[in-house]
Design a protein around this ligand. Structure first.
Ligand code: G3P
Ligand code: CA
Length: 275
């Protein structure tokens, strides 16, 4: 059974348009906005000196020309690195090739470490509504500091306390229910997304941790748990699925009544959706 959606299916650019340009760079997010993405996804981590930066891995080794853990580096250390030199250096080296990005950034800022603050500025200047899905990465290590900094930053942009969750252009995602709980305790109207790589037995009936409105199952869950999206929707939840890149998987999401598709290829997904 397909559930009627209240809104058109939303296309969310995962780490920016991360197949066209290096992930989590200004270049990738600009491209996603140009491509027409409805929302941008980013992962946030705290630097040693307390700045929130958009980096997926614990270390910068894969995505830059540097080495080390984000949590052990200061913002100035990260600013000296080139995040356009990544993807993956190992990936390209194994092929004895240069990266073949569709977007070839020339301005060093476009591939410099991206702070969440700079990403919020980009969204504010987009000239149209672009939503932001911010994922807290391993927040438990920081005992609440990630969420605290995040809310301070959102407040600066007037985004920390939306009138209602439905109107909020920002949502916070996490695999950690505790992290989402902290966010809601500080800002009850900020929507939260519970990310799932697996479905724990106690949530199989479509329930989510208390207070969470949106489920974020992996694409694999859709295939391994037929009927799960249906149960989530019957329980009144929205469903945002990651990471959906292939046309047949887009079709599956449409068929199941998914509310948002998180993808590395926003332009291709929009096209598949006839937009
Ligand atoms: O959007 C959710 C998805 O990004 C979670 O997985 O590893 O890409 O952060 P990951
Ligand atoms: Ca993520």
């Amino acid at each position: 059974m397909t559930h009627a959606r209240q809104h058109p299916i939303q296309v969310v650019a995962h780490r920016g348009a991360s197949e066209a340009a290096p992930e989590h760079t200004l270049a990738a997010y600009r491209k996603a906005i140009e491509d027409g993405a409805d929302a941008l996804e980013c992962d946030v981590r705290l630097t040693a000196d307390g700045h929130l930066v958009c980096v997926h891995d614990r270390r910068v080794n894969r995505t830059s020309n540097g080495r080390g853990a984000v949590s052990a580096l200061e913002l100035a250390d990260l600013a000296a690195l080139d995040f356009g030199a990544g993807r993956t250096r190992a990936f390209w080296r194994s092929r004895d090739e240069e990266p073949d990005w569709e977007v070839r950034p020339e301005d060093p800022e476009d591939t410099s470490v991206l702070t969440l603050e700079r990403l919020l500025e980009l969204v504010a200047d987009a000239g149209r509504r672009v939503e932001l899905a911010i994922e807290t990465k391993h927040p438990t290590r920081w005992a609440g500091q990630v969420e605290e900094r995040l809310l301070v930053l959102l407040k600066r942009f007037g985004l920390d306390a939306p009138a209602s969750a439905d109107q909020s252009p920002v949502r916070v995602m996490s695999f950690s229910a505790r992290s989402l709980h902290r966010v809601r305790a500080a800002s009850p109207t900020l929507p939260t997304v519970y990310l799932m790589q697996f479905v724990s037995p106690r949530l199989r009936d479509g329930r989510l941790p208390a207070g969470v409105r949106i489920a974020g199952p992996s694409l694999r869950i859709l295939r391994s748990h037929p009927g799960y999206v249906e149960r989530l929707k019957q329980a009144g939840h929205q469903v945002h699925v990651w990471t959906v890149n292939e046309p047949e998987d887009v079709d599956l999401c449409v068929e199941l009544g998914v509310d948002a598709i998180i993808t590395n290829r926003p332009r291709a997904v929009l096209r598949r959706l006839g937009r």
